[in-house]
Design a protein around this ligand. Structure first.
Ligand code: FNR
Length: 363
C-alpha cells in the first residue's frame, strides 16, 4: 500500500483497518468493557487549550530529550503491545527497525512473537526496553532479566495495571494464519507449535503470576542493574510508593483503556502524579496520544516523554517498519510545528503555563 499519501494518524488508522483481519483489528482496537476510559483518553486532550507565547525566536527548534540517560530525537516512544505478527509478518523486528530509524525507543512486550534477542539483532542500534511479566517462578524472571541485559535492553518495564489476564485463546479462530508462539514466555521449555490454544491458556495460568504485588516490584528492582519503569500508575499513593521503592520512572497509563473501565483519562491525572513524584523519578504518559498537540500538552503538564500503543500498530499493519517510521515522523513533525506556533524552541521551553484546562475559562 502506498502510505506516503497518509498525513495523519487518523488516516493511518483507517488504512490499517482495511488491511487487517477482523480478528486482529478487534484485538488491537478493543477497549475494556464499555470503552468509557478508552474514549476519554482521546477526548480529555481536547479539554486542554494552549496559550501560546509569541514573538520568541523559534526559527531553529530542537525536539530532542533524554530519558533514563539516553538521548532520543524527540519525546515520543513506542509502548509495549503484544503479537505484532497479527499485523505484519516481520512482527516486532519491523517495529523495532521503525523506531530505531527515527532514533526513538521501543518497549518490547513479553508477548512478542520474535524473541527479545531476535528483535535486538533486527535493530542493533535502537533504544530498547523490555516489558517483563511477573512469573510464579523467580528463577524464570531472573533468567529473563539476564537475557534482556545481555541483549542490550536498557530498562525493564513492569506493568502494574493487569492483575488478571483473560487468556482468551479459547476464542482464537482456527483461521489464524499462524500458530501462536511466545518465545520470551516459554523460555526453554516449549518447542514451537507444541501447544494448541487450550494448552496455551493452561500453560500461561500455571506460569504467570497474575496478581503481582509491590513485593514483586521490589524483587525486580533488586535483581537487575537496569533502571525499572513502573507502567500503569494513576494514583498519587501508588506514585509515592514507587518513589519509595526507588523506581526510576513511572508511566502514567490505563493500558489504553483496555483494563479497568471507568478510570480517568491519563492526561487528567498527570499533574497530580508529577507533583507526587516531586522530581524523584521520571514521569511518562501514554493513552490516546494521536497528534503533536497532544504531545505538547502532556509535556507541558510534566511528562518527560509520551508513548504510543495502537498508532504504531497501524503503521506496522500498513507498511511494516516503514509504516512505523512514518507514524513517528508525522507525530514528530506535528510536535515540531506546534512548538513553533506556541513559542517553544526546545523541549525545556514547554512549561505548565502553556496549557489551561477549559474549565478555567468556561466557568
Ligand atoms: C497493549 N498494551 C500493553 N501494555 C503492556 O504493558 N503490555 C502488553 O503486552 C500490552 N499489550 C497491548 C496490546 C495491544 C493490542 C494494545 C492496543 C495495547 C497497552 C499499551 O502498552 C499502552 O498502554 C496503550 O496502548 C496506550 O494507549 P494507545 O496509545 O493505544 O491509545
Amino acid at each position: 500500500m502506498a502510505t506516503t499519501t497518509l498525513t495523519t494518524l487518523a488516516e493511518f488508522e483507517k488504512a490499517a483497518r482495511q488491511k487487517t483481519s477482523e480478528f486482529a483489528w478487534s484485538y488491537v482496537s478493543r477497549p475494556g468493557k464499555d470503552g468509557q476510559t478508552h474514549t476519554d483518553n482521546r477526548q480529555a486532550f481536547k479539554r486542554y487549550r494552549l496559550i501560546p507565547r509569541n514573538l520568541r525566536d523559534v526559527y531553529i527548534r530542537d525536539t530532542s530529550v533524554t530519558i533514563l540517560g539516553t538521548k532520543l530525537d524527540f519525546p515520543i516512544a513506542i509502548a509495549p503491545t503484544a503479537t505484532h505478527r497479527l499485523l505484519h509478518p516481520d512482527a516486532e523486528s519491523a517495529t523495532a527497525r521503525g523506531a530505531a530509524s527515527m532514533n526513538t525507543a521501543m518497549v518490547l512486550s513479553s508477548w512478542s512473537e520474535h524473541s527479545l534477542e531476535k528483535v535486538a539483532a533486527a535493530a542493533p542500534r535502537g533504544v530498547r526496553w523490555f516489558y517483563l511479566l511477573f512469573y510464579r517462578d523467580r528463577g524464570r524472571m531472573k533468567r529473563l532479566l539476564v537475557r534482556a541485559e545481555r541483549a542490550g535492553y536498557t530498562a525493564i518495564v513492569l506493568t502494574a495495571d493487569q492483575p488478571f489476564f483473560t487468556f482468551s485463546f479459547r476464542k482464537v479462530p482456527s483461521t489464524l494464519p499462524m500458530p501462536l508462539w511466545f518465545p520470551n514466555i516459554y523460555l526453554e521449555d516449549v518447542p514451537p507449535g507444541a501447544l494448541g490454544s487450550l494448552e496455551l491458556a493452561d500453560y500461561f495460568k500455571k506460569t504467570i503470576k497474575e496478581a503481582a504485588t509491590w513485593e514483586d516490584v521490589e524483587w525486580v528492582r533488586k535483581n537487575t542493574r537496569l533502571p525499572v519503569v513502573l507502567k500503569g500508575i494513576l494514583s498519587v499513593e501508588d506514585a509515592k510508593m514507587a518513589v519509595r521503592l526507588g523506581i526510576d520512572a513511572v508511566l502514567v497509563s490505563n493500558h489504553g483503556g483496555r483494563q479497568l473501565d471507568g478510570g480517568p483519562a491519563t492526561i487528567d491525572v498527570l499533574t497530580n502524579i508529577v507533583r507526587a513524584v516531586g522530581g524523584e523519578a521520571e514521569v511518562y504518559l501514554d493513552g490516546g496520544v494521536r497528534t503533536g498537540t497532544d504531545v505538547l500538552k502532556a509535556l507541558a503538564l510534566g511528562a518527560r516523554c509520551v508513548f504510543i500503543g495502537r498508532p504504531a500498530l497501524w503503521g506496522l499493519a500498513c507498511n511494516g517498519a516503514e509504516g512505523v517510521q512514518q507514524v513517528l515522523q508525522i507525530l514528530k513533525d506535528e510536535l515540531n510545528l506546534t512548538m513553533a506556533r506556541s513559542g517553544c524552541a526546545k523541549i525545556s521551553d514547554i512549561q505548565p503555563s502553556l496549557v489551561v484546562h477549559e474549565s478555567y475559562y468556561l466557568y
